[in-house]
Write a protein that binds this ligand. Structure first.
Ligand SMILES: Cc1ncc(COP(=O)(O)O)c(C=O)c1O
Length: 377
């Protein structure tokens, strides 16, 4: 058997999962403020912390006053489906899909809401032709497709004079890139991605045109209580001040507050973007230096800087499973196998909570796992 050298240095934090993602550097549950725990979320302390979390999100996202931001149930899925179920059906719908999560919204629109959407698709690794979009319809898209590592480069493809609303599932994009909020009517995300927070809650952002839709349109289908954003024809404004629809996890809220305070301490959005960009650049260098590794996202302009998806020469699902298991056993890298519905490959999270030194330390371990498996074959 070939003598394969085990790399000397391991990533200090081998957490490369694309969700839930690595905790912020220096994180410990012991550092969380737990004063609000065991109290009513409607008590002053609970409401204050929820409102503080909302304020921090607005500040770090640089979200303009035109847009509301609220905490809702059901993680990113809950937030996005809440938007779909409350606002779609008023006009035609276009859904864009270039990977698994976008496909999930197509299924919701076509099979559950039965809206007969126009579907514009592309294969894994590509962006669809955005010039085909009919902007008289409502348009649903995933800003950053986490399972293919392809994102829209910016919001320039969205016209200012669109008639329909834009719905952007932005869970792997916010806190990692610039978003022109004037182009976004609805955006959703969850804390478990770039912030390294917990799942469970979603965040819903509504622009003025989305609020107008909510106040003037009633969908034909029944809405469960957790989706109800309107009361007596008016937006439930309390949701956007921390009066959540139902009981939130204050522990998850405190965890998000920790991450947001960390984000502020490193320079806010600019600091977060810089860390993510540096991670993605360090990973690209590793890819360039190896002829057996490649990017699934073909065009660098639409290549994600958070969920970076890699092709591995000759790899099938079984090879990738073994590859990821070898790295996990060594505590060198956790959760680096690509998504189950994506082409077999690796996926390495490069969001801001990951340290660049850990990405750099990963290179030799990828070599080691590849060589080990090749030697076994
Ligand atoms: C683009 C995208 N949309 C939706 C989801 C679902 O998110 P959640 O599990 O927070 O509901 C994910 C999770 O990975 C995602 O990456």
């Amino acid at each position: 058997m070939t003598d394969i050298t085990v790399p000397a240095r391991k990533p200090a934090r081998p957490h490369f999962s694309s969700g839930p993602c690595a905790k912020p550097p220096g994180y410990s549950p012991a550092k969380l403020n737990v004063e609000s725990l065991g109290r009513s979320h409607r008590a002053k302390i609970g409401k204050t912390r929820l409102a503080y979390c909302i304020d921090l999100m607005r500040e770090v996202l640089q979200l303009p006053d035109t847009h509301r931001i609220g905490i809702v149930p059901g993680s990113d899925t809950g937030a996005f489906e809440m938007a779909m179920w409350t606002m779609l059906g008023a006009r035609g719908v276009t859904t864009l899909a270039w990977e698994s999560f976008g496909e999930g919204w197509v299924t919701d629109a076509a099979k559950q809401l039965k809206l007969d959407p126009v579907v514009i698709r592309a294969d894994y690794g590509q962006l669809p032709d955005l010039s085909q979009i009919d902007w008289s319809t409502d348009v649903l898209f995933t800003w950053n497709g986490t399972t293919s590592g392809v994102r829209v480069p910016n919001a320039d493809f969205i016209p200012d004079d669109r008639e329909g609303l834009t719905f952007a599932d932005s869970t792997s994009a916010v806190f990692a890139c610039d978003i022109d909020w004037s182009k976004i009517d609805v955006a959703t995300f969850s804390w478990q991605k770039v912030l390294g927070g917990e799942g469970g809650h979603g965040v819903l952002i509504l622009g003025p045109r989305a609020v107008e839709r909510l106040e003037t349109y009633t969908p034909a289908w029944p809405l469960p209580k957790v989706f109800r954003l309107v009361s007596k024809g008016k937006l439930a404004e309390g949701v956007f001040k921390g009066e959540t629809i139902n009981t939130p996890s204050m522990l998850a809220v405190e965890d998000a507050i920790f991450a947001l305070e960390w984000a502020k301490s490193i320079g806010g959005l600019e600091g977060l973007k810089a860390r993510s960009d540096a991670n993605a650049a360090a990973l690209s260098k590793i890819v360039e230096e190896r002829d057996w590794l490649g990017h699934l996202a073909v065009d660098p302009a639409s290549r994600s800087t958070t969920s970076v998806c890699l092709t591995v020469e000759g790899a099938d699902t079984d090879f990738i499973k073994k590859f990821a298991a070898l790295l996990e056993k060594q505590d060198a890298a956790y959760d680096v196998a690509g998504y189950r519905d994506a082409p077999a490959g690796l996926r390495i999270w490069c969001g801001a909570t990951v340290d660049t030194a850990d990405i750099e330390a990963l290179g030799p371990w990828l070599d080691w796992a590849y060589a080990t498996l090749k030697a076994e074959a």
